[in-house]
Design a protein around this ligand. Structure first.
Ligand SMILES: *Cc1c(COP(=O)(O)O)cnc(C)c1O
Length: 418
């Protein structure tokens, strides 16, 4: 079910028309659906049934405080990758005891902040980091609850830029190094081994890479048990894919059941944490943009729009496909094939190639599946202000982040003295 549907030829978010939002708030602008976010989260939560679990939403997918607050109200945990993300979670009312802290380069200050706030698990990505966590925990006279993020070396069969669990990735520790690292951790006075974590990549559309990774993680759990090292939580990461372009990823039920069956088959009955980002936010948002001009050259038609790669970077960054739909349905006889391009002075500033659209200047378009890894990557290249974010809740449209102003854009810059 989508919360972005045409009603009488006009695209809506829940019961709110997108053209009314564009008129009121201008373009480009992001629009999210509260019901969509909640439905996605609940589908995973319900799939676990009574199996002990924590859904740690990956904050980096969409870190708006309102999004985090909606999830905190449902009882969500959070996967963070920086102090800034932890500060957002706390501000949004999230429970730090349901927070896992991932990332390859956590600074001492970030670790101290996380330990002071009693996060559930620091997911350590190298032996050097283990020593740093020990040092920071000792200086604070506390104990750090940790997991190692292991690298099971399975191919998630996704885009190389969002593949993270293979031996050549910068992420995680190899299985062999992990075994030694756990033994070392077990000896350190300010470290408490809590779990084992893995995250093999993103936009994964099959269950097999997840089950392959799980098997490898479980073999490590058993191997550690022989050394008297007890794992208390399995953190199986994020990565569940969504439909951008007709992909058919596993359902929440299939994905979660395959994990539960997988661990039970080994007689292991541990609590499971997962770190979904894209699955919760991706299809819960769209970006609205308006056509400035149409341009034709000998071989191409261009629809030049007011949103660029600074507003939505994914197509330029990893050839990501976003469906683009007109906000008002038009008879398709007038359609032509366009490259939908933005204003930024880069040839990579394209939102979509070869799209069949019946459009004219002034028309509004919705760029779909723009709830995850979209606004969060927006930047100010070409001195363009970042767009606003709107959260639709039924018939209400709430501004959850204002459009950036020129003053905000240059705040922090100063000229040299005379
Ligand atoms: C990015 C990330 C996630 C979320 O991935 P999705 O594909 O959005 O579910 C989860 N865990 C870690 C460690 C990540 O880096």
């Amino acid at each position: 079910m989508s919360f972005f549907e045409y009603i009488n030829g006009e695209l809506y978010a829940e019961q709110t028309s997108l053209s009314s939002i564009a008129t009121e708030h201008g373009t480009p602008c992001y629009v999210y659906s509260r019901a969509a976010i909640e439905t996605q989260w609940k589908s995973l939560n319900e799939a676990f049934g009574d199996h002990p679990h924590t859904i740690c939403y990956a904050v980096k997918a969409n870190s708006n405080i309102a999004v985090l607050n909606i999830l905190a109200r449902l009882g969500s945990g959070f996967d963070i990758v920086s102090e800034g993300e932890l500060r957002r979670v706390l501000k949004a009312g999230g429970d730090p005891n349901k927070v896992v802290f991932s990332g390859v380069a956590k600074s001492k200050n970030e670790l101290a902040f996380a330990l002071q706030n009693n996060v559930r698990s620091i997911n350590i990505e190298s032996v050097a980091e283990l020593e740093r966590v020990q040092e920071v925990a000792a200086s604070l006279n506390t104990t750090a609850s940790i997991a190692f993020r292991v690298n099971p070396n399975v191919d998630p069969e996704t885009h190389p830029y969002i593949s993270t669990g293979m031996d050549k990735a910068k992420f995680g520790v190899t299985m062999e190094a992990a075994f030694e690292a756990y033994k070392r951790a077990d000896l350190l006075p300010n470290i408490e081994v809590h779990g084992i974590a893995c995250h093999i990549g993103s936009q994964i559309t099959k269950t097999s890479p997840f089950s392959d990774a799980l098997e490898i993680v479980l073999s490590m759990v058993k191997r550690l048990a022989t050394q008297g090292i007890e794992i208390k939580q399995l953190d199986l990461g994020g990565g569940l894919g969504i439909d951008y372009q007709g992909e058919v990823p596993p359902s929440a039920d299939d994905y979660v059941q395959s994990m539960i069956q997988g661990i039970k088959a080994h007689g292991i009955d541990l609590p499971i944490a997962i770190e979904p980002g894209r699955y919760i936010a991706g299809n819960s948002g769209v970006m609205l943009t308006q056509i400035e001009f149409l341009k034709h050259n000998t071989s191409k038609n261009f629809a030049i729009v007011d949103a660029g790669m600074n507003d939505l970077l994914r197509p330029a960054l990893y050839q990501a496909f976003h469906n683009i739909k007109p906000i008002k349905e038009k008879p398709t006889e007038e359609a032509k094939v366009f490259d939908v391009v933005g204003p930024v002075c880069e040839s990579a500033c394209v939102l979509g190639y070869d799209r069949t659209l019946a459009v004219k200047p002034g028309d509004l378009l919705a760029v779909l599946s723009a709830g995850a890894y979209s606004f969060v990557m927006a930047n100010n290249y070409n001195s363009r202000n970042r767009p606003p974010e709107i959260m639709v809740d039924g018939t209400q449209a709430h501004v959850i982040r204002k459009r950036e102003s020129f003053e905000q854009l240059i705040a922090g810059e100063t000229q040299l003295p005379e």
